[in-house]
Design a binder for this molecule. Structure first.
Ligand SMILES: *[C@@H]1O[C@H](CO)[C@@H](O)[C@H](O)[C@H]1NC(C)=O
Ligand SMILES: *[C@@H]1O[C@H](CO)[C@@H](O)[C@H](O)[C@H]1NC(C)=O
Length: 138
């Protein structure tokens, strides 16, 4: 128990150090079963928004397309995600959180430039989510 607890803390600490950049809003603590709203914002015109998960931003949790309004979610997020707002300013609600949802989430926007290259820009609203069980602090 104690051993697994410190492993969790080391993980949180590592993620925090790696992700504490200018774009990161901060750490959000939630309990299992609660919800989080991630408020992605950007001032520039964009074609789609990816809510990316992980230190290396390697997993697309939610992708929202401006023109079609199409929304795709990862397997682990399916049926738990609702979006509100007018593109590119989107509030992403994730319900029924579990400990495996712990990690950094990034608001990454993309658009295609004049030479048809895909350009990505970090928006505002990225957070480090920590989901804890009831026994987390004991
Ligand atoms: C990314 O997705 C893969 C496959 O679904 C999964 O195994 C991995 O744990 C995910 N990574 C994160 C950081 O959630
Ligand atoms: C919440 O997620 C858990 C698994 O993490 C699942 O067993 C439970 O049925 C879900 N509850 C709701 C209301 O969807």
């Amino acid at each position: 128990m104690l051993k697994s607890m410190s492993a969790v803390w080391i993980k949180i600490f590592t993620i925090f150090c790696l992700c504490y950049t200018a774009e990161m809003n901060g750490v959000v603590w939630k309990e299992i079963g609660q919800s989080i709203t991630i408020q992605c914002r950007i001032k520039l015109d964009q074609t789609h928004l990816s809510l990316k998960k992980g230190i290396n931003k390697d997993n697309d949790s939610v992708v929202i397309y401006k023109t079609t309004g199409k929304i795709t979610t990862s397997e682990e997020m399916s049926r738990r995600v609702q979006t509100h707002g007018i593109f590119p300013n989107i509030d992403i609600l994730i319900k029924n959180l579990s400990t495996s949802d712990t990690g950094p989430y990034w608001c990454v926007y993309s658009h295609t430039d004049e030479s048809y290259k895909q350009q990505t820009t970090d928006g505002k609203g990225s957070v480090l989510l920590v989901v804890t069980g009831k026994d987390f602090f004991y």
